[in-house]
Ligand binder design. Sequence first.
Ligand code: NAP
Ligand code: GLV
Length: 320
Amino acid sequence: MKPKVYITRRIPDSIIARIEKECEVSIWPETDIPVPREVLEREIVDADGLFCLLTESVDKELIAKAQKLKVISNMAVGYNNIDIEAAKEKGILVTNTPGVLTETTADLTFALMMASARRIIESSNYLRNGNWKTWSPMQLTGQDIYGATLGIIGMGRIGASLAKRSKGFDMNILYYNRSRKPLLEKEMNMKYVDFDTLLSESDFVCIMTPYTPETKNLITYRELSLMKKTSILINTARGGIVNEEDLFQALKNGEIWAAGMDVFVQEPVPLDHPLLTLPNVVTLPHIGSASVNTRMKMADLAAVNLLLVLNNNPPLHLVV
Ligand code: NAP
Ligand code: GLV
């Protein structure tokens, strides 16, 4: 008998076909509407494999309902949407999709740095709203990227790729990480500093850590007030790492100059969110890995991980 797999969103047909060759597949057919919790709760009961997205909360209660689940395959590198301990207790393997999205996410992070520093969205709106009357010496002036100091919090795969990009802009690189990376430090000519030094000396602070109990609210008003008044905060990691109320206050009070956000505590971010009222915040709908090629690779890798486990083989990327 073929194993049963539940896929929580419409993924590309070629990937569904690949899974269907070996499994009995049920799928939530929508592309832009997440699977309702009650459907997921029903489907997980007799599934052998779950192919899910970061939008699904695969928590203790959900995992408790699974009667024969062997694998939770997340189509994302971050896995903070999954209760890893609960899965481990039940002997369910959890897999993710690292690596294939690294460069694309680093590209987007750099794009956010540039858009925030050079006021790209604000300037485009300025023109479209009919405000462009003439060229003027200090009109829409921003901050320089070349030669600036880039502070990276979380020197993992994406952090290192971001550092690589910054070299082309003659940036100085500071980093703070859970563990030191001596080889990379040498290769990139970057400096390991303590957390507060990184905040106070950087022109750009980019967050590239996972979302964990240790990184929750890593950036609050205290940290923002240590930053330069001309500095820019970029978050393409996870929303909860930055305290959004504190960020709003810090931007209002001029503690920092701008912010670029691809991720939010609540996603989709509510349209009445205070941060959306500020012209110096560039906001994106969690599109870090969103290139056609990369999303295909992520879906493919998630399928490979799922099928390997269902065939009693080790997956390519095991979280636990
Ligand atoms: P990674 O290679 O695991 O890098 C994460 C880095 O963070 C590691 O170097 C790790 O340190 C460090 N770290 C973990 N906890 C820390 C802490 N408490 N303090 C300081 N450093 C800490 O992961 P990645 O592939 O670069 O991805 C990073 C995160 O980006 C993902 O978890 C995900 O949340 C986010 N992401 C977002 C998008 C998007 O669409 N916006 C796309 C992809 C990824 P060690 O080296 O000591 O382990
Ligand atoms: C996206 O946010 C990911 O973690 O892959």
